[in-house]
Design a protein around this ligand. Structure first.
Ligand code: 5AD
Ligand code: FES
Length: 364
């Protein structure tokens, strides 16, 4: 049944929302494999079989937000809060550069105070100086004002990731406190584009009550706002959060189902958006040891190895079973290099690896 749809993909015909939903609803193992293989062909054709590394620096778990799913939400009193100093962040970025990662991602909990905004601005400038302007800098620092986005862009950051989390107003309301707004978030994505960033967004898959129609709408939203990059991953309960408290730890079957849904979503997104960069989220590896490689084989082309100092890692636990908490940056580099070579892909060392979609957008 689904092979007619996949034939359409191979002919480069656009799918209807009903066809996208049919692909997300596949459960037969042979059909699943055919979907993954088809998405891999689209990836090979549009962006090549190259995996780009972005070293991710999780520089602080202090957060003013209180999302009901997230382990570092402000009301979680079980977390020891930390903030790296300027030199530590710069040092980790330089490590990423010296280890041939073309770019780094600076991520933290959300803060909007001026001391923080100034610090990030200085950090970006210092990383640019220390790497001769060669290390690409992506920010993943939440909702900010246009002025802040502009200052960080002018300091040298060129990409920004801000997940929309879900585009369903009902789900958004259910999983966030009343003062968190889907509209504000959408507006931030518009501001990021306006201030000249390559823009990335994404969602969580497998949220309680989320349907495959919701996920189709999420993909269509990403297409409509014309994103360059996508980072999305399966929702995994965290025991010290309001949502996680209601859900007993996943059984093997639930873990497997969450993984498959994550992979299907990557595949259908690749098939629909074609030339964007898609990250194989770390959360995939929390569900299955080889989850990130599986993500690459279903259409993802970016991996974000953790370059955060090992001591801080246990305190940046967004969900339970987060991998690599005891490892250091060199171990993750070696491990992921090995894994990617194991599936016959090359790694885009020393390259920024801008999305082809962005390059096309700039030409037109
Ligand atoms: N499971 C999976 N992903 C999560 N995130 C936050 N909490 C969880 C969770 N419990 C994701 C959000 C956020 C990103 C940094 O981490 O999508 O944008
Ligand atoms: Fe960190 Fe494998 S990626 S240990």
């Amino acid at each position: 049944m689904s092979h007619n749809i996949l034939d359409k993909v191979d002919r480069d015909d656009e799918l209807t929302p009903a066809e996208m939903k049919a692909l997300l609803d596949i459960s037969d193992p042979a059909e699943l494999q055919a979907l993954y293989d088809c998405a891999y062909r689209v990836k090979a054709r549009y962006v090549g079989k190259v995996a780009y590394f972005r070293g991710i620096i999780e520089c602080s778990n202090i957060c003013v937000k209180d999302c009901y799913y997230c382990g570092i939400r402000k009301s979680n009193t079980q977390v020891e809060r930390f903030m790296m100093d300027e030199e530590e962040i710069v040092r980790e970025a330089v490590w990423a550069f010296e280890n041939e990662y073309g770019s780094a991602v600076i991520q933290s909990g959300e803060r909007q105070d001026s001391a923080y905004i100034d610090l990030i601005e200085r950090v970006i400038k210092r990383i640019k100086e220390r790497t001769d302007g060669k290390l690409g800098i992506t920010l993943s620092l939440g909702e900010q004002t246009e002025e802040t986005y502009r200052r960080w862009r002018e300091a040298g950051a060129h990409r920004y990731l801000l997940r929309i989390e879900t585009t369903s107003p009902e789900l958004y309301r259910r999983f966030h406190p009343a003062d968190h707004s889907l509209e504000v978030r959408k507006n931030c994505l518009a501001l990021l584009k306006k201030t000249g960033y390559q823009v990335g967004t994404g969602v969580m898959m497998g949220l309680p009550g989320q349907t495959s129609e919701d996920l189709v709408n999420d993909i269509l939203f990403m297409k409509e706002i014309d994103v360059d990059m996508i980072g999305m991953g399966p929702y995994i309960p965290h025991r010290d959060t309001p949502m996680g408290k209601k859900i007993p730890p996943y059984t093997d079957g639930q873990r497997q189902a969450a993984l498959i849904l994550g992979l299907k979503m990557i595949a259908v997104t690749r098939i629909t958006l074609k030339d964007v960069n898609i990250a194989a989220a770390t959360a995939l590896q929390a569900l299955e040891h080889t989850g990130r490689e599986m993500g690459l084989q279903c259409g993802a082309n970016v991996i974000m190895p953790n370059v955060t100092e090992t001591d801080y890692r246990p305190n940046y636990r967004l969900y339970d079973n987060k991998p690599c908490l005891d490892e250091n940056s060199s171990m993750c580099r070696g491990c992921l290099t090995h894994r990617i070579q194991g599936i016959g892909e090359t790694i885009g060392f020393n390259e920024w690896g801008d999305s082809r979609h962005y390059a096309k957008r700039m030409r037109s």
